[in-house]
Write a protein that binds this ligand. Sequence first.
Ligand code: AMP
Length: 395
Amino acid sequence: MPARNILVINCGSSSIKFALVNEAHSQFTLSGLAERLGSPDAVLHWQRGGEKDSLMLPGGDHRAALHQLLPLVQGAAGGKLHGIGHRVVHGGEQFTAACRIDAHSLQAIRATAPLAPLHNPANLQGIEAALKLFPNLTQVAVFDTAFHQSLPEHAYRYAVPEHLYRDHGVRRYGFHGTSHRYVSHRAAEMAGLATGDSSWLSAHLGNGSSTCAIVDGQSRDTSMGLTPLEGLVMGTRSGDVDPNLHGHLARTLGWSLEQIDAMLNKDSGLLGLSGLSNDMRSLEQAREQGHPGATLAIEVFCYRLAKSLASMSCALPQLDGLIFTGGIGENSPLIRSKTVSHLKLFNLALDKEANARCIRGVAGAIQAHGHPRVLVVPTNEERQIALDTLALLTA
Ligand code: AMP
C-alpha cells in the first residue's frame, strides 16, 4: 500500500494551523497558518519543501481559507488525500479516544462546548467547513482531554459538593493529552522500554504548560484541571492561585468576573511576574542583563514546575524518566537545569554538555552519569493526530 496522506487541522477562533502528514516521512509535506480570519487582514501562509508563500484573503472565514487550501493540499498530496484529523480541545467525559466524525459525534462535541466556550466552537467551525469541502473523506476528531480520561477518581475530583460534578461536569479533565501521549511513547522507544510497562513524568512547557504522570501508557494525573488555567505558571496564565482570589478582588477592588478571568488568563504568568514578556526567550535575555522581573519570573516558573512534578510522582510506582517537551522544554537548558536543581530528593542531576546540546529539535538523554533518566523529546502533536486518524482509517 502506498504511504497515505493525512491533513491535520487545528482551528482557533480566527486562525487555522494545518499540516499535511505523509506516514512515510518525518517532515510535513505542507504546513502553514491562516490567521486574522473574518477580518480585512485575513491571510494564508504556507510552506512546502523550503518554499514559503502567502495569500491575502480579505474578509475570508474558515471556509474560505480551507477552500484556498484545497488545491495546495491536493497538489502536495499528488491528488491522494486519505483523511483529515481535527484537533478538538475538549471531549468532556464522552471521549476517551479519537473518533470518526459523524452526526452522533458532532452532536457530542457540540454538547461539550460549555466546558470550552472559547475553543470547541472554533474547532467545530473548522470541522463543519471541512465536512462541506471534503464530504467523501474520513474525518477524525482527536481530543486534548481524551488521554486523561484514565485518571483515577481521586485524581480528577475536586473537593466541592458532589452535585457540581454529577450535574455540571465540574471535575479535572486535563489538556495537552496528545503531546503527553506522543512524547511518552517516544521516550519509551528512546529508552528501549515498553510503553505498556514504563512510568514517566512529562513536562510540556510552551505558551501553555502542564505536567503529567504516565504509567503503562496511561495518564494517571495531570496539572491542568477543569480548564487549562490550573497548575503551572504559563506565558500569560497564572496557574494555581488561592481560589479565594476571585472573591478577594471582587470585594476589595470591585472587579467583575470578566476582569478577573482576563487578568488570570491574559495578564498573569511570566508576563505578569516579569512585567516584561510572556516569551521565555526574551525573559532569558533580560535575565542575562540583570532584569529583576525576568529573573523572578524564571525562578517562580521553575520552582512551581518542580513542585508540580514532585506532586505528580505520587501517581507513579517507579520513575523510568522525566521528559521535557514544548517550546521551552525542548529549547531551554536553563529552565531544565533550574527545575531539576529543585528535585534533589529524586536524585535527579543533569549532564551539562548533554543538556546544552539538546535544543532546536535535538532529542536525547541529558541526565548526569548514574542519575535517573531525563529526556528531551520534541513533541509532534500533528503527527500524533495523523497517526490516530490513520488508525481509525484502518480499523
Ligand atoms: P510553544 O507554545 O510550544 O511554541 O512554546 C513557546 C515558548 O517556547 C515561548 O515562551 C518561547 O519563548 C519558548 N522558546 C522557544 N525557543 C526557546 C529558546 N531557545 N529558549 C527559551 N525558550 C524558548
